[in-house]
Design a protein around this ligand. Sequence first.
Ligand SMILES: *Cc1c(COP(=O)(O)O)cnc(C)c1O
Length: 403
Amino acid sequence: MANPANVPFLDLISPHKELREEMLAVVNKALDTAGFIGGPMVEEFEREFAAFCHAKYCVGVNSGTDALRFTFLAAGIGDGDLVVTVPHTFIATTEAISQAGAGIAFVDIDERTFTMDPIKLREYLEKACDFDSSTGRLVERKSGKRVAAIVPVHLYGQTADMDPILELAEKFNLIVVEDACQAHGAEYYSEKDKTWKRAGSMGLAAAFSFYPGKNLGACGEGGAITTSDAALAQRLKMIRDHGQIKKYYHELEGYNGRLDSIQAGWLRAKLHHLDKWNESRRLLARRYHQLLEKAKDSVNLPVESPWTKGVFHLYVVRVRERETFLAFLGESGIGTGIHYPIPLHQQKAYEHLGYEAGSFPVTERIAQEIVSLPMYPQLTEAQQSFVVDKIVEFSHANVAAAR
Ligand SMILES: *Cc1c(COP(=O)(O)O)cnc(C)c1O
């Protein structure tokens, strides 16, 4: 196999070469109409993205972090409330919880799927909390705070196991907000409803990020909330725009958190390619899976559960000798990433939460071993084969050394 010289972890140049004309047309339209904030470009994108996610409404905002934060605020979550999520996610998930004024509670992930473990969630809700039948609210014993919401994170492009999570939410009167920032177009087979559902259509609301490296990425910052709740969508539209119902009529204090029109126009152009791009990612994932079989002595491959159709935002393997593995790939000109090296409960920022080492053993174990390989629709077969050859070479050397 020819050496493609180097294989970057991410390629954000090729897709924009392919779409150059469409993207310049969006800029020209914005310049010709001075439509920079709001207006038809934002509304058209919102309509199409809601449809793409099988939700009724979409509210464009300026980041995935604000999509989460505004959703908590719009749902009335704040001081005295607790929101349950996983420690194996990007910090934006928990920043949004704290910045809405609520407390953070963690439950561990499932070792096979890297997403929220519904059994651990049940244990937490049933054993660490009490149901107050006079208020109909669940209260965490340790803090005395009301548990208000669950945030499953559809990590790496694979949905969390939503049926049991939604069932627990219903039982305990909690809302569910999907963190779908890595899962544009991912699907989940609901055994309960006997149908496939899209990320963004399962909880009360879902947050998406359009950070440039995401499956649907802006050329700058962007995010959105999808929901089928009309009143929530209306509140979100006020919150992103200084609490206005119309210009200078402020129903509440909001934020400057809108999605730019040019970004919306670009996102709409890219949305028309997203199914095709996600399909390329799936094909690449299948190919990694087949070819890396030869390296299975050293490299553990990701598991796609039968109830999910992932969109492979990332292709994440586990390697026990991670340091040497990363150094070897680096010397071969192959870019890699670690998502994420330090679990949130062990970050300095969250020392005050008081979690000890060993609190979430699955998250802590995998954080030592995970490696994200190059994965993007424009990754060529030659590039992928080169990555695979190098990994197989590493594995054979590793096995020989161990003998
Ligand atoms: C990217 C990401 C976010 C935050 O999105 P931004 O647009 O960068 O604010 C939140 N959660 C997860 C899981 C993400 O990957």
